[in-house]
Design a protein around this ligand. Structure first.
Ligand code: URA
Length: 198
């Protein structure tokens, strides 16, 4: 068992907040243990709670479409959430829930050691770009040590809004260049869409 699989087993047993009472399945996240790209959404919705997998509903389908525009499949990236259990009726996560779940995402990042962390929506953005507004910082990257952080709109928000959809599509197209800057891809690979990330 890898350290990440072991961590995910621990996450599945978590009882640290009240969300444990109503969940069907915990959604730790999924992807390669050494993924270069880590996407972080908000919290599982109905579909994710049923399946125990992140981004498997309509927002997930759109995320997969977006990934395909840069030549990637979802199993080449790691997909996680700020919150690992579904809030009842998809309400916004509470501050206490975010706080008690923080340790899990922090440990995932330590183990995966991604090159680029991509925040999807305001909850994950708030963690890495405090006091910022998504309309100002989407599509912009910041580097802290070895790690690049990059903020995007949430696919669920962009899916049905023409103007946001164009923005999220354009922001996705900038990701290969972030991998070039992080030394993970060559320019040629980005041009041919042969993204051999591993
Ligand atoms: N929205 C999220 O933020 N995360 C999921 O896993 C699904 C939808």
């Amino acid at each position: 068992m890898t350290a990440l699989t072991d961590l995910h087993e621990q996450i599945k047993r978590c009882q640290d907040c009240d969300l444990a009472k109503n969940r069907t399945k915990v959604v730790p996240g999924e992807g390669p243990d050494n993924a270069a790209l880590l996407f972080i959404g908000e919290a599982p919705g109905w579909h994710e709670d049923q399946q125990g997998r992140p981004f498997v509903g309509p927002a997930g389908q759109f995320l997969e479409e977006l990934l395909s525009t840069i030549g990637l499949k979802r199993d080449q990236v790691f997909i996680a959430n700020v919150i690992k259990c579904r809030p009842p009726a998809n309400r916004d996560p509470l501050p206490g829930e975010i706080q008690s779940c923080k340790k899990w995402l922090d440990r995932q990042i330590e183990l995966i050691q991604p090159k680029v962390v991509i925040t999807l929506g305001r909850y994950s953005m708030a963690r890495y770009f405090p006091n910022q507004s998504i309309s100002k910082i989407h599509g912009k990257a910041k580097k802290e040590g070895e790690l690049t952080y990059y903020a995007m709109y949430h696919p669920a928000a962009a899916l049905h809004q023409g103007s946001l959809r164009k923005i999220i599509e354009a922001d996705m197209l900038k990701i290969p260049q972030l991998l070039v800057q992080a030394g993970k891809l060559t320019e040629t690979e980005t041009e041919t869409q042969q993204l051999s990330l591993f």
